[in-house]
Design a binder for this molecule. Structure first.
Ligand code: RUQ
Ligand code: CUA
Length: 623
């Protein structure tokens, strides 16, 4: 069938359903009983269209926060429409919001202008998303906190000492006591020492690291670390409910190999999942145990027994995911056809009975047969599991390019749906909290070829929305993201209440001014301070006169209290681009290097006279 005919049919069917929906007063039709299985079937497509259609002016039901991978950003989408709503710059400058240009955000980024951001983690209270903050890791040993009150990055912590390749992060504990980190690339500890690679197996170390989070402010600080053998720690998840107080991380390369890892690190049949009793580790540190290395307390698990155990797992596992009730820990070799459900109670019993098969540098290895409940035949290449409200589990299958739905407890595989192509992670509606919503699941695929308009060799990734409200999973929609959504979070809109302007009375910035009569330029030696007011449609002062060689500090306050009235301050030839939200004050400091006249202007369209919102920086040459 030609594309054109197909779309006419689809729209015809959609029209019929719309009319039927209006007649019966229903706005969210479910699939007709006779719906064909084939996703190409016109009625299925019409249902999918209805289920994802958010009428103009209507709002989506969920926020979808997708990691931007090596773009260093977070992309915000609405679900079910899958419309891209916003980009939150985190580890990378972003001219659209002026991020990385003003003094504060520039200082936060430090010397790094990129980050590899993989795993966003929403803050939790009692294991439920509480909508306060979003944390995300960067491979450069950092973790960032975004405040969901204004969707802005407020803190970047790190690079944290001894941590190299922070992949197993930024997973939070059920009451956001900690955001956890783990190293993918082992190095000699203390970080900063150089030891030849042939000593890798004995002299290099992995690090598991806890970052403390202030419960009131969200302020992060490095808490403590656990030193481990040089495994490559991969992904983690915090225990909850039954397993609260524990933290789990997968690893590959338990061979401690170097060189061509695809060969050298695949010799054993099994790698490990680490089980960390973080409450015991916290207590040990409080009792003064551990050594101060590079300014942080590092626990040696052989000297502090009881904080770390190793659970054998299929070769090269990726995700490890704790079920909503905390009773099961799901992990699997990523080249296997099964995923293993470990039973937390059995893990505790095995620890109590010292049911070990050996050790790694003195760290006990638990007996696989004693701690597993089931091997679920999900399909090839299981990577990551999310959960539904009634014991459903959804596992992404990289090799099969599919998602398997199965049941906790009975371990039966119920359904499978193909995705396009090569799914990595997946995220379900609140699917890693203690009370998943069901409804939606998003498959975060690595490839998208052929499913979008051709944009040349640099192609987007595809994120596919899947309906999980019924027994059978149904593909609803293809959306595309820039590289690269490793993981995402899907939170109900009711849990987030962002502000639209910064209330004037909350702005305590020492350089804030609220009246154009306070605007102007003052000088102290060769330091010039310009206090600027931005308001429709003038930048006051209209001229800033300085001397070549001066240090110029421009503090600008957007005195608007109206939604969406942002103003910019772009200074040509100086690589300065500031955007100030309503009620906000931002500061930029720079050296007046070259004499001349340099226009500044509002970069953010704000009114009919936006174009007129401009001025001049006049740099007079040295006498
Ligand atoms: S990881 S898929 Cu950080 Cu799974 Cu990339
Ligand atoms: Cu202010 Cu445009």
């Amino acid at each position: 069938m030609s594309q054109k005919k197909k779309s006419i049919l689809t729209w015809g069917a959609l029209g019929a359903i719309l009319i039927a929906g209006i007649l019966t007063g229903r706005c969210a039709p479910t699939a007709p009983k006779s719906a064909k299985k084939s996703p190409a079937g016109a009625s299925d497509m019409a249902v999918a269209a209805m289920k994802t259609y958010v009428a103009p002016g209507d709002l989506d039901e969920y926020y979808f926060f997708a990691s931007g991978g090596h773009s260093g950003q977070i992309y915000v989408y609405g679900v079910p429409s899958m419309r891209h709503i916003s980009t939150i710059p985190v580890f990378t400058p972003y001219p659209a919001t002026g991020y990385g240009f003003d003094d504060e955000s520039r200082a936060m980024l430090g010397n790094l202008s990129w980050g590899d951001a993989h795993h966003p983690a929403l803050s939790e209270t009692g294991g439920e998303y509480d909508g306060r903050w979003l944390f995300i890791n960067d491979m450069n040993a950092r973790v960032a906190r975004i405040d969901l009150r204004d969707f802005k990055t407020k803190q970047i912590l790190g690079p944290i000492p001894n941590v190299s390749g922070n992949h197993g992060s930024a997973f939070v504990t059920p009451n956001t006591e900690y955001s956890m980190m783990a190293t993918r690339f082992s190095i000699p500890i203390p970080k900063g020492t150089a030891v030849p690679v042939d000593k890798y197996a004995t002299e290099y170390k992995g690090i598991l690291c806890a970052v403390k989070i202030d419960p009131k402010t969200g302020e992060m600080s490095p808490a403590w670390q656990i030193q481990t053998p040089p495994f490559d720690w991969d992904l983690g998840d915090a225990g909850k409910k039954a397993s609260e107080g524990w933290m789990f991380w997968t690893c590959y390369n338990s061979e401690r190999a170097t060189g061509k890892l695809e060969v050298t690190a695949s010799q054993r049949d099994r790698d490990y999942i680490a089980a960390v009793d973080w409450k015991a580790a916290e207590k040990a540190v409080a009792e003064g145990k551990g050594d101060l290395i590079n300014g942080i307390k590092v626990l040696d698990p052989t000297k502090v027994p009881g904080i770390l155990y190793l659970m054998p797992c299929g070769k090269s596992p990726h995700g490890v995911d704790v079920s909503p009730d905390g009773k099961y820990i799901i992990g699997s070799g990523k080249l296997q056809g099964v995923t293993t459900a470990f039973n937390f109670e059995k893990i505790m019993t095995a620890i109590k009975n010292k049911d070990f098969t050996g050790d790694e540098d003195g760290i006990p290895v638990l007996k696989y047969e004693s701690i597993k409940d089931a091997e679920v035949p999900v399909g090839l290449g299981p990577l990551h599991t999310q959960f539904g409200p009634n014991g459903e589990a959804y596992t992404s299958l990289f090799v099969d390019s599919a998602i398997a739905k199965w049941k906790l407890g009975t371990w039966e595989v119920i359904d499978k749906i193909p995705v396009s192509y090569s799914v990595g992670h997946l995220t379900a509606a609140e699917g890693d909290s203690v009370s998943p919503d069901g409804k939606y699941l998003i498959s975060l695929n690595k490839l998208s070829h052929g499913r979008h308009l051709n944009v040349g060799p640099s192609q987007p990734e595809s994120s596919q929305l899947i309906d999980i409200s019924e027994e059978k999973m149904k593909l609803l929609y293809d959306a595309f993201t820039e590289p690269e959504p490793h993981y995402a979070q899907l939170i109900h809109r009711d849990k987030i209440k962002p502000i639209e302007v910064y209330p004037k009375e909350e702005n305590k910035h020492p350089l804030a001014i609220w009246d154009v009569k306070d605007a102007g330029v003052t000088r102290k030696g060769n330091e010039v301070l310009a206090k600027v007011v931005l308001v429709r449609s003038t930048i006051t002062p209209e001229f800033i006169e300085v001397q070549e060689g001066d240090t110029v500090k421009v503090a600008m306050t957007n005195i608007e209290q109206t939604t969406d009235e942002l103003h910019g301050w772009g200074l040509l030839d100086y690589n300065i681009n500031i955007v100030v939200d309503p009620g906000e004050t931002k500061v930029v400091t720079f050296k007046a290097g070259k004499p001349g006249v340099y226009p500044y202007y509002c970069t953010n369209f704000c009114s009919a006279l936006h174009q007129e919102m401009q001025g001049y920086l006049i740099v007079k040459p040295k006498a």
